[in-house]
Design a protein around this ligand. Structure first.
Ligand code: PMP
Length: 431
């Protein structure tokens, strides 16, 4: 039964039972309307309220300054955002270059004649050819996929691999390359990294200092994938241009993706270029459903959004706000405590367990290790998983691409769940 197991799956992940109980009721009859939340129109006032409340609660919990940032509910998952960030930020880069050129020439966009138009196109084509770069820091399987998507959309010559963690760790992920070895481009359209690598168990210990904004507020356009550690620690929001995350780990159910975007990247400051201009510049034109401008203009209701998924996310946020008066800081303390319980149990038996990532980059959310006891690792890991399951500790199998064991220690794992796992790790080692 649900009460008997602690599920450590990497996503979709465990959700709080009381949230699911309320959601089950809401599916049948939402607020005594006689109709379920998944049946009500996404254009109804009720749906708008669900969206606006979830946005407000997310902003409160994470201290997102809503005068400077827009919160969008998107579809297409984290993978959709790999593409969305490219389309939208390449567009924003072109707009900035265009605005710079017009400023230099002292011509406003409205009064430009045909000659200016042609000159502008020629200059922009040159800029795209010579200067357009996107920077990726690859520290695990998910940033690797995001990097690959940028290469697919724009070609390898426009994508700069700032650092590849495999080169400093024997061909495997597990460490974060030293920032002094990063090769950042000049004025890239974005600098991308994944804050927590779900498959490899690698988490940035803090915001990378070399990407911090300068004293005058200017700085690189930083994009971070926080799919698997959002809501688990404080974020220096103003250091980012875009933070995105799929809901299905710490926020809610699969089906919605959140993008928190700096308003200065949206109209009126930065309108996206006309498709005709992108076509002339040989740049890709993104699907309308991945356009931040479009989703923002429609308060996330450009097309049919799963209001049920937004409702669940909203309930999870309300529960977090009820549980932690000091908001994300409270949850952060619990997350650290749980992770340290599990890592300590593993470290106490180095003859039996090998923690995969380097101690400097260990994830608090996805704890990856091998069971090296005995000569047959494969058999030892099978035994570990089997005995764990017998005790109600499930979902511990590592990602198929890397094998081993992975304990996903998301917010819904209670402290007692982490204690049970730590106790099992200890007993298995001694047996
Ligand atoms: N980024 C990270 C860090 C992830 O963990 C995942 C999925 N586990 C993704 C992106 C991809 O998300 P999706 O499956 O929603 O496309």
């Amino acid at each position: 039964t649900r009460e008997e197991i602690t599920y450590f799956g990497a996503g979709p992940a465990l959700l709080p039972t009381d949230v699911l109980q309320n959601a089950a009721q809401a599916l049948l009859d939402f607020n005594n309307t006689g109709l379920g939340i998944a049946e009500h129109s996404h254009r109804s006032e009720l749906a708008t309220n669900v969206i606006n409340e979830a946005k407000a609660d997310l902003a409160t919990y994470l201290d997102i300054p809503t005068d400077e940032y827009e919160i969008l509910f998107m579809q297409g998952g984290g993978s959709g955002e790999f593409s969305a960030t490219v389309y939208n930020l390449v567009g924003a880069w072109v707009t900035r270059r265009k605005q710079d050129l017009l400023r230099q020439w002292g011509t406003s966009a409205d009064e430009k004649g045909l000659a200016v138009e042609e000159k502008l196109e020629a200059e922009l084509r040159k800029a795209v050819e010579e200067d357009l770069k996107l920077d990726y820091i690859v520290t695990g399987g998910w940033s690797q996929k995001a990097h690959a998507e940028a290469v697919r959309l724009l070609g390898p010559e426009r994508v700069n691999l700032v650092a590849d963690a495999r080169t400093i760790n024997g061909g495997k992920f597990g460490k974060i390359p030293d920032e002094k070895d990063w090769t950042l481009s000049r004025d890239p359209a974005l600098v991308y990294y994944c804050d927590n690598e779900t498959v490899d168990g690698v988490e940035f210990p803090a915001f990378p200092a070399s990407l911090a904004p300068r004293a005058d507020g200017s700085g690189p356009i930083v994009v971070a994938d926080m799919s698997s550690n959002i809501l688990s620690r404080r974020i220096p929001v103003r250091n980012f241009s875009i933070i995105f995350f799929g809901a299905q780990k710490n926020l809610g159910s699969t089906g919605i993706t959140v993008a928190v975007i700096k308003k200065s990247l949206l109209p009126p400051t930065t309108p996206q270029p006309e498709p005709a201009l992108l076509r002339k510049l040989g740049l890709p034109i993104g699907p309308i459903v991945l356009s931040y401008e479009t989703i923002a203009k429609n308060n996330s209701l450009y097309n049919t959004l799963s209001i049920f998924d937004v409702y669940i996310a909203g309930q999870v946020l309300k529960k977090l706000l009820r549980t932690f008066p000091d908001k994300v800081d409270g949850q952060q303390a619990v997350a650290e405590k749980k992770a340290s319980l599990i890592y300590s149990a593993l470290e106490a038996h180095p003859d039996v367990y090998r923690i995969v990532p380097d101690a400097s980059a260990r994830s608090r959310m996805n704890i990856c290790f091998r069971v090296t006891k005995g000569s047959d690792v494969d058999a030892s890991e099978k035994a570990f998983l089997k005995e764990g399951t017998a005790r109600g500790l499930t979902g511990l199998k590592g990602h198929r691409s890397v094998g081993g064991i992975r304990a996903s220690n998301y917010n819904s794992i209670p402290l007692e769940g982490a204690e049970k796992l730590a106790a099992f790790i200890t007993e298995f080692a001694k047996a």
